[in-house]
Structure formats: structure tokens, C-alpha cells
Design a protein around this ligand. Structure first.
Ligand SMILES: [Zn+2]
Ligand SMILES: [Zn+2]
Length: 219
């Protein structure tokens, strides 16, 4: 599914595997990046979907993990070996990815194990900027759902696109969720006034009002 001229959905329950959260492909000037990787069961289908957009998977420079949960990050190792990309995550979730913590990554909820996954670039603090082609991709720490949950923004076709994969939560002690941080992060996302929201489980929201309404519904 094409979202803007440079953004496609290439993975998700209908696109790659029933347990996969959404996987988004960003392309610009012969360079590419992925937002999340699914569980790993659908990696082959994700790679096919990437090729179907006319993109060589070997041009994927970064795999941005919005957080450590299995439905978003379980396929990260496989995706890196297939594409040669570098895995990016916030340092506060990187520890659970690297140790393969099946509880905090929620892999146990899927009756699966989290494969220990080395994080190549650990984002510290509140913000980092990455370049893909001519795009500046902002990576913001937006904790609450998990300690290292993060969101990404970029401008595509003149519109501000927010990748907020688990805007909807849930909050759960086993996932080390923090309600206070979560509410603050929702407020931060609203302050960005995005034109498009690419969510991990609820699809794509287009239009400032629709995005605002969706985010506010969780406050
Ligand atoms: Zn999650
Ligand atoms: Zn999720």
C-alpha cells in the first residue's frame, strides 16, 4: 500500500504475517529505511513487497525499531542479514532486545522467544536525526508503552508524517509500561500536529483532524 510518494506499507497482518505489526518502507534518492520488522515469520513476504515497490532491499540503510516488542522487532535479525541494514533503537529498549528478554518484549504473549538482537545504533536522550536520501528522519523518545518506545517523523510530499506504532498502548506491568510517561508522550505527539499517522495496528490516518482525534481518544 502506498501512503505518499516515498512511503509504503510493506508488512502487517494482511501483508506479511497475522502476528506482524505494520512495517513501513521509506524511500528517497536510491536510499531506503524500514520502520519495524514484524515477528520474522513474514520476512520473505516483506522482502517481496519491498521489491514490488521497485526498491532493492539491499538499499535499506536503517531499520528503525519503534520499541522492543516481538510483533515489531522479532524479525529484526533476519531483516538485517537479508538487507545489510543497521538496526536503530532507543537505548532503554535496546537492553531487552540484546538480552532476548521474552517477557519484556512480549514474545511470551505470542508463545515465542525473542532472539537476542544486537542494536547497531542506540539512541540516547530525547532525539536523534538520521538522513535517508534527501530526507531528515527525526527519531523521538516517546516512552510509556515501553521504556524506550519512540516515534519518528519526516516530511513527505509536503506533509508531516508521524510513525507512532503503538500510540494505542496497551499499558502493562510486564512490559514495564508507565502511565505518566505515556500521557506525556501522547501530548508530545499532538504538539507535532502531524498530517499523517502511520500506526502499528490501527492503520493509517490521513488529515490533521483525524490524527488528532485518534491520539486524543487514548488520553
Ligand atoms: Zn508494543
Ligand atoms: Zn504492537
Amino acid at each position: 500500500m502506498q501512503i505518499t510518494s516515498g512511503i509504503f506499507q510493506v508488512g502487517g497482518p494482511y501483508e506479511s504475517d497475522s502476528a506482524d505489526a505494520a512495517v513501513y518502507l521509506i524511500i528517497s534518492g536510491g536510499d531506503a529505511a524500514l520502520v519495524d520488522a514484524g515477528t520474522g515469520s513474514g520476512t520473505k513476504r516483506i522482502l517481496k513487497n519491498i521489491r514490488d515497490t521497485g526498491t532493492d532491499p539491499r538499499t535499506v540503510r536503517y531499520l528503525f525499531l519503534t520499541h522492543c516488542h516481538y510483533d515489531h522487532a522479532g524479525g529484526a535479525n533476519r531483516m538485517r542479514s537479508e538487507t545489510g541494514c543497521r538496526i536503530v533503537a532507543h537505548e532503554l529498549d535496546a537492553e531487552f532486545l540484546e538480552s532476548g528478554d521474552s517477557e519484556v518484549t512480549a514474545a511470551a504473549w505470542y508463545r515465542a522467544f525473542m532472539e537476542p538482537t544486537k542494536v547497531d545504533i542506540k539512541v540516547a536522550g530525547s532525539e536523534a536525526v538520521f538522513t535517508v536520501g534527501s530526507l531528515n528522519i527525526h527519531f523521538y523518545h516517546a516512552p510509556g508503552h515501553s521504556p524506550g518506545s519512540s516515534v519518528l517523523t519526516l516530511r513527505s510530499d509536503g506533509r508531516l508524517v508521524l510513525f507512532g506504532q503503538d500510540v494505542h498502548g496497551p499499558l502493562n506491568d510486564a512490559l514495564r509500561s508507565e502511565r505518566k510517561d505515556y500521557v506525556k508522550s501522547l501530548g508530545f505527539m499532538l504538539s507535532l500536529e502531524p498530517d499523517i499517522l502511520c500506526e502499528g495496528h490501527f492503520g493509517v490516518y490521513i488529515g490533521k483532524d483525524k490524527v488528532k482525534e485518534f491520539i486524543e481518544s487514548f488520553l
